[in-house]
Design a protein. Structure first.
Length: 82
């Protein structure tokens, strides 16, 4: 990711991380539980969710997180959490 595209998506990545954290908490899951279910490390999930840190991640990981939360990736991207 180039510096310019990273900066352009900074707010989107932060919002997506916050949305993931909200959906996880709504489901009563710990970071450890979600990370295990999504097949990623807890530290990676923690970095994705951190509002003061921009962590880009792959679409593959987005799909894995969405599946683990029983959501569609589009629900996370559009902040439509139920």
């Amino acid at each position: 990711m180039s510096k310019n595209s990273g900066f352009a998506n900074r707010d989107r990545l932060i919002e997506l991380g916050i949305t993931i954290a909200f959906a996880r908490k709504l489901r009563g899951m710990s970071q450890e539980q979600l990370a295990e279910k999504a097949g990623i490390s807890r530290s990676h999930l923690s970095a994705i969710e951190a509002p003061n840190l921009v962590r880009a991640f792959s679409v593959d990981i987005l799909f894995s997180i969405a599946d683990a939360l029983n959501l569609k990736a589009s629900d996370l991207l559009e902040n439509r959490i139920r």
